[in-house]
Ligand binder design. Structure first.
Ligand SMILES: [Zn+2]
Length: 223
C-alpha cells in the first residue's frame, strides 16, 4: 500500500510541475483566447470501459456514444476544441478484470486519497501515457460501474484520467463526460445556470474566462 501511495504521490507531484510549466508557457495563449482568438485546438482522449468481476463490460460502446458526441459538440461550439482519439478506437473495453476499488470508485469532495490506493494504481497502469513534458497529454476516461454518490470524478490537473459512471451517460447527466474533461483541464465548478461546470445539472455553456482556462490547459494543443 505504501508503494502505491508513493507512486501516486510522485505522479501527482510531477503533474503539478507539468501543469505549472505548461500554464506559464501558454500564458500568451491564455491572453489571446481572452482577447477573442478561437484558432482551432485539439484535445486527445480515450474512453476505456471496465469489466466487472464476471467479465461483463459495465457499459457498451452505444451507451458511451451519446456522451462522447455531446462532449465533441460542446468543446467545438464553445471553445473551438476538437476532441480527437488519443488511440483508435476511441472507445475500447479493457480485457482485464478491474479491482473493486476501480469498479466502484469513491469520489467524496477532496477525496484524492482514492488515487493513492489500488483504484488509482489501476487507472495509472491502463491510462494512455503522455509525453514527459505533459504538453498535449491525452486524458483517459474510465467508464466504471459506479462513481459512488456521483456521476463522475476528476482530480483536476493532478492526474491524466477521469472516471464516469456507466449508468450516468445519458439523460440529465449525459454531459458528465465533458464536465469531467473540463475539470481535468483546470475548470472549477460554476454556479451559473446552463453552465457546463454546474454540478449535477450540467449545462452546455462556458464563460469566456472558462474558455481561456480550458484552451490553455496542457492537454489542449494546436496540433
Ligand atoms: Zn464536477
Amino acid at each position: 500500500m505504501a508503494r502505491l501511495a508513493l507512486a501516486a504521490g510522485l505522479t501527482e507531484a510531477a503533474n503539478v510541475l507539468r501543469e505549472t510549466g505548461n500554464r506559464l508557457v501558454r500564458a500568451p495563449d491564455l491572453v489571446a483566447t481572452a482577447a477573442g482568438s478561437r484558432r482551432p485546438k485539439r484535445l486527445r482522449a480515450r474512453v476505456l470501459v471496465l469489466r466487472d468481476e464476471r467479465g461483463a463490460p459495465v457499459a457498451s460502446a452505444d451507451d458511451v456514444e451519446p456522451a462522447l458526441e455531446e462532449a465533441r459538440r460542446v468543446l467545438r461550439d464553445q471553445a473551438a476544441i476538437d476532441l480527437v482519439p488519443a488511440l483508435e478506437p476511441m472507445v475500447a473495453t479493457l480485457d482485464v478484470h478491474a479491482p473493486p476499488e476501480a469498479l466502484d470508485s469513491p469520489c467524496a469532495e477532496g477525496s484524492w486519497r482514492a488515487d493513492f490506493g489500488p483504484g488509482g494504481a489501476f487507472f495509472r497502469r491502463f491510462g494512455v501515457r503522455g509525453p514527459a513534458s505533459g504538453s498535449g497529454a491525452p486524458i483517459t476516461v474510465f467508464v466504471v460501474r459506479d462513481v459512488l454518490g456521483k456521476a463522475g470524478c476528476s482530480l483536476g490537473p493532478l492526474v491524466d484520467y477521469v472516471t464516469v459512471d456507466g449508468g450516468a451517460l445519458r439523460g440529465r447527466t449525459k454531459r458528465v463526460l465533458v464536465h469531467e474533461l473540463g475539470h481535468a483541464c483546470g475548470l472549477p465548478h460554476s454556479r451559473l445556470a446552463e453552465n457546463l461546470m454546474l454540478p449535477r445539472r450540467m449545462g452546455d455553456r462556458l464563460e469566456s474566462w472558462q474558455v481561456a482556462v480550458l484552451r490553455s490547459s496542457r492537454h489542449v494543443t494546436f496540433r
